[in-house]
Every structure is written in C-alpha cells, then in structure tokens.
Design a protein around this ligand. Structure first.
Ligand SMILES: [Ca+2]
Ligand SMILES: [Ca+2]
Length: 295
C-alpha cells in the first residue's frame, strides 16, 4: 500500500485542510449569448385564404380593429449557440415595436412553445403588411404549418401554455418577454423538439395588435438573450462551484474523491498547497521564536 494513501490525519494534513477551506472556490463559469432568429413569420386569421409574411420586415401579434388576430412565429438555434450540458439561468426575447393602432394602450404579448415544426417561406407583404399575402409553398399560415402539405392540428398553431410574457408599448418601445429559460433549457437538451414560440397578443380586445421588426428588418430585429452557466467538472484541476477539492483526476483514495470531496485521513496536498503549508509552518515557527524571546 502506498504510504500516502492511508496516512492518518497529521498536523500537516490538518493545516492543508484549513488551507483548502480558506481558499474560496472558483465560481462556476457563466456566460451570456445573444441570438437572432433562424426564422420568423406571421399568421393571419379570417382572410379567407392562407396569408403569411415570412420574408417581410415585420411580424405581428394581437387583434387589429378588424379581421381577427395575428400571431407571430419565431425560432432560434439554441443548440448551435450554447454548449451542451449548460445550465440556462435566464432567457429574454426583445422585440421592437414599430407600429401600433391609434389610441393603443400597453398590452401583453405572451410566448407559447410550439409543438409542431413550421415553415418561414419568402413571401413579403410589404408595408404596412398587416393583412399578409397568400402563403407560398411550405410557408406557415393560419391553417397550415407548411402550406399546403402540412396542416396544424389546431388552426392558428400547435402550442402549449404561455411560458413567458412582456408588456408592449407603442412605436419605438421594446417589448421584453421574460421567463423563457425553461423552454431554452428544454431545447438545448433536446434540439429535435425546438420549434420556437408562437407570440400572441390580447385576442379578446380590439386594436391590441403590435407590429414588430422581423429578422428581415434592416435594424432592431428580434434578439434572444440567454444567460447560462457551465457546471463544475470534477477532475479538471480547477476547484469550482461546490467542489471541496480538485486534484486533476477522479481517482479514489488520493485525498480528493471521484466527486471532488475531501477524503478524510487520506489527504495529499498539491504542489501549490504544499507551498501554503510551508508558509504556514514558517509563520508558526517565527511565532514560536518571537514568543520564546519575549518570555
Ligand atoms: Ca421572416
Ligand atoms: Ca473542477
């Protein structure tokens, strides 16, 4: 048996333990990314055909003064921008309002995770764009996720309960939809299930619609801001998060366990920690000398 593997706790070991506890753990790494959409589009109810605006500079959500609601569709490549295994701390979708109905007051826009994939297409309804134009092949519209080969199970889009919401003011304001971290985490962990969100306005009232800049707009397009952290990795030689130690391996019995907890009675200091111990012993020795000379 290696004498270092079963050494009882000694003064040196005790000093090392104290040193370990004094040294603060390195924070788990955190980062922020900002994503632009991979696709966005709008769906328009009650126009008789199947209107869309996938290639246009605007997306719409809410009720106009006539004609029923509009809903926006928007998606982001989460797994392409955030490392696998990351823990999502928050996600916020910012949309810039560039048109509102006359006399409009603040209204709520909610984001609902979609359960069916959909098409963006290239049709452009121009300006103001609020009525859409007939969808092209493969483009989403009120009745179809992909016109005209794949219908939504429910006209208007297949989506779940709202996972986040924000307040939309009038032209020039930014609507921040918060609370989207859970969806983003799910899509990072399961990219095949990432179909983005349907954005809904207040569909019970009139004149609640808002027009937002789309990803095709020259400026002020949608931005998804995601804050995430990388978990501590035991065995990488860096003490992180809740790790009590990290000696660069995941070997048991060498003082630092395979889960990076201190193994009582088997502690083996690293080179840096030996330095700390040496310094402690020197300071202790100096203290003893000073004490002896003073008595
Ligand atoms: Ca688009
Ligand atoms: Ca580590």
């Amino acid at each position: 048996m290696n004498r270092l593997e079963r050494r009882p706790v000694t003064l040196v070991g005790a000093l090392w333990l104290v040193g370990c506890l004094v040294l603060a753990a390195t924070a788990v790494s955190a980062d922020t990314v900002q994503l632009v959409p991979t696709k966005d589009n709008s769906m328009y109810q009650n126009f008789g055909g199947c209107e869309a605006n996938g290639g246009g500079a605007f997306i719409f959500a809410g009720n106009s003064g006539c004609c029923g609601p509009r809903r926006a569709l928007i998606a982001f490549d989460i797994a392409g921008a955030i490392p696998a295994g990351a823990s999502i701390d928050s996600a916020t979708l910012d949309l810039t309002v560039n048109m509102n109905p006359p006399g409009a007051t603040d209204t709520t826009i909610s984001a609902h995770p979609l359960s069916t994939d959909w098409g963006e297409g290239t049709t452009d309804a121009g300006t103001p764009g609020g009525f859409g134009v007939p969808a092209g092949a493969g483009e989403a519209c009120w009745d179809f996720a992909f016109f005209n080969t794949g219908a939504w199970a429910t006209p208007g889009g297949d989506f779940g309960a709202a996972s986040g919401s924000g307040t939309a003011g009038n032209t020039g304001s930014v609507t921040s939809i918060t609370g989207l971290g859970g969806d983003v985490q799910g899509w990072l962990d399961n990219p095949a299930g990432n179909f983005g969100w349907a954005l809904l306005g207040d569909e019970a009232g009139n004149n609640t619609a808002r027009r937002f800049a789309s990803r095709e707009a020259a400026t002020s397009g949608p931005v998804l801001t995601v804050e995430f952290s990388m978990p501590a990795v035991c065995g990488n030689g860096v003490r992180e998060g809740d790790e009590q130690c990290d000696d660069g391996n995941t070997t048991a019995g060498d003082g630092c366990s395979p889960t990076c907890t201190i193994e009582p009675g088997t502690a083996i200091p690293t080179v840096g920690e030996w330095g700390l111990i040496l310094l402690s012993v020197m300071l202790l020795g100096m203290g003893v000398l000073v004490f002896r000379r003073s008595v």
